[in-house]
Design a protein. Structure first.
Lengths: 79, 223
């Protein structure tokens, strides 16, 4: 069954305290080369038949992400 | 005066909100998220809690529930709506109020009595207060940090949409100390702190919260 992947991350101008907490932990573990962490969400959708890009884009932008504070990226299956 | 209180799966403060409505002199009407029936109420309160376990984003699933479609439609024709804590998150997710609520800056759940300054005493839900009045009500949230992109924040401030602001310390890192906002017409208000927990001397830090519930009764009678 075709899989569609949707990635959601906070817009760059919205601060991400969870990402900052991860960055802090990395620093304590000695990974000082990592200078920024942004935490997001990763959705995997299985769809019947050929994915309808317009419908999936709408799903991504109106439910999976909150466009007020998040950016969304849709990845359709490449065959 | 019939004030509806919506219960979602995971609502916690619906009983306190209904009690606050009754103490203010209104009739509290229980509404269920899964119905398509506002039961002829004159106003609606969305209570605090953790609807759908805060899955996806706080308030996101509840904002798409059957009854919320009716609330959005009725709000468009002037139905007064108050969202408290999770209810505020639902109103932002439903697009009825600007901005969004995100994880507290310090990542801790914060529960304390909180001072607020009433910035707008001319909304349907705040007319019992004086402009600039400082009130004390409990605040309790883990995802209560009010955020918006810089351009949106400028517009929200420019339009005077901030209804209440934190004073005496910001509990969650909300931008510009914003605790609550209003719709353009002043009939929809959302705030993270809990006025319904400050309506009786026995259980609250004050009775300052009662004003939200008396305000709407005055407004509905006048209308």
């Amino acid at each position: 069954m075709p899989q569609v992947v949707v990635d959601v991350v906070l817009k760059p101008e919205i601060s991400d305290p969870q990402g900052q907490a991860v960055l802090g932990a990395l620093g304590r573990l000695g990974h000082i080369g990592v200078t920024s962490v942004r935490q997001g969400k990763h959705f995997v959708l299985e769809v019947d038949g050929t994915p309808n890009e317009a419908e999936l884009q709408q799903i991504a932008e109106t439910l999976l992400a909150n466009p007020v504070i998040e950016d969304v990226e849709l990845h359709l299956p490449t065959d | 005066m019939r004030i509806g209180v919506i219960t979602f799966p995971g609502s916690l403060d619906d009983v306190d909100a209904a009690r606050a409505v009754r103490l203010a002199g209104g009739e509290a009407v229980a509404l269920w998220h899964g119905d398509h029936d506002l039961r002829g109420v004159d106003a609606v309160v969305l209570p605090g809690g953790f609807s759908y376990g805060d899955y996806l984003r706080a308030g996101a699933i509840a904002a798409r529930s059957p009854l919320m479609q009716d609330v959005v439609a009725a709000a468009g024709t002037g139905l007064p709506v108050l969202g408290i804590c999770n209810g505020f998150q639902v109103l932002c997710e439903a697009g009825l109020l600007p901005g969004a609520l995100h994880r507290n800056a310090h990542l801790h759940f914060r529960n304390r009595d909180q001072q607020l300054r009433v910035e707008r005493a001319d909304t349907t839900w705040t007319s019992s207060y004086e402009g600039g009045q400082v009130i004390t009500v409990p605040v309790k949230n883990g995802e209560g940090r009010y955020v918006a992109a810089p351009a949106d924040l400028e517009r929200i401030e420019g339009e005077g949409r901030v209804a209440v602001r934190y004073v005496g310390g910001n509990p969650n890192g909300s931008l510009n100390d914003i605790a609550g906002v209003t719709s353009e017409n002043g009939r929809i208000v959302g705030l993270m702190p809990h006025p319904e927990h400050a309506v009786e001397a026995l259980t609250g830090p004050s009775t300052d919260g009662l004003g939200f519930f008396t305000s709407v009764l005055t407004a509905v009678v006048a209308a």
